[in-house]
Design a protein around this ligand. Structure first.
Ligand code: SAM
Ligand code: SF4
Length: 268
């Protein structure tokens, strides 16, 4: 479906949980976050309902994100359900990779088409500092497991943080070439200001607003038309079509700021 500015909106990002097994410095506060109770989180059944309706409006690309999507119980069942919806041409998932060693094969069997694995550094100590609790070897094993399980075109998301890992871009390019990964460089931003996006470095993300093709479903059942905006609508399950259309038609031409949520509550 086209929005008011003639952008074709065909990409739905679904955050399945606010929980995460890491605490990346640019995403989550150190002390952790107040978790939502299970009652406030959309069931898989409802997520599938939203996706099915979205496909009727022209969505053909769906990505699962979080928090960390692999910490939500039964995530492979959700993948399997979404895969059954005719019209989703590309079903993908963004993960920090920590749980991939155990889950890559099951995700592949459930029908997941593609993976993005987030990794900002190849230095174990720096990785620990950036994620506060992470162990680089888990992600490296996760990447190997994805490859073994038959995932092709896996992307590696690297957030470039000035003075921290901007000297590692070339090393990461080489690593990706060796591992058969596609490097996706992300310029660091703070959600509370669109103009906080660091433009110093060449990067694939974030996309310019004029190229935006997406809407987002949050784990607590809100549709967000724009990452850099506080506009969001509670999904009305008695009228999904109107809920989705309203969100698409209220996409602003350009984002400004999102002050009501942080990245871990949206999924990037
Ligand atoms: N937990 C999963 C992961 O880390 O891949 C999925 C959720 S995470 C919020 C989605 C993506 O957003 C990750 O690639 C992460 O690096 C990126 N991200 C988080 N905070 C960011 C920030 N402040 N600036 C740029 N990218 C960010
Ligand atoms: Fe968790 Fe992903 Fe945020 Fe890191 S970027 S804290 S892994 S949700």
């Amino acid at each position: 479906m086209l929005d008011q500015y003639k952008r074709r909106i065909h990409y739905l990002r679904i955050s399945v949980t606010d929980r995460c097994n890491l605490r990346c410095v640019y995403c989550m506060p150190e002390e952790g976050v107040q978790m939502k109770s299970h009652h406030n989180i959309l069931s898989y059944e409802r997520i599938v309902d939203v996706a099915r309706e979205a496909v009727k409006l022209g969505i053909d690309k769906v990505r699962l994100t979080g928090g960390e999507p692999l910490v939500r119980k039964g995530i492979c069942d959700l993948v399997e359900q979404l895969k059954k919806i005719p019209g989703i041409a590309d079903l993908s998932l963004t993960t920090n990779g920590v749980l991939l060693p155990h889950m890559a094969e099951e995700l592949k069997m459930a029908g997941l088409d593609r993976l993005n694995v987030s990794l900002d550094t190849l230095n174990g100590e720096k990785y620990k500092r950036l994620t506060r609790v992470g162990d680089l070897s888990h992600v490296l094993r996760g990447i190997a497991a994805a490859k073994r399980s038959g995932f092709k075109g896996t992307k590696l998301n690297m957030v470039i943080i000035p003075g921290i890992n901007d000297d590692e871009v070339e090393a990461m390019k080489l690593f990706c070439r060796q591992q058969g990964l596609v490097l996706q460089r992300i310029n660091h931003y703070s959600l509370d200001r669109l103009d906080s996006i660091n433009r110093e470095y060449e990067a694939e993300r974030p996309l310019a607003c004029s190229c935006c093709n997406r809407i987002r479903l949050t784990a607590d059942g809100k549709i967000k038309p724009c990452l850099f905006s506080d506009i969001e609508y509670k999904v009305d399950f008695s009228d999904l079509e109107t809920s989705l259309k309203r969100a698409i038609m209220s996409k602003p031409q350009q984002g400004v700021a999102c002050q009501s949520r942080e990245n871990w509550q949206i999924g990037g």
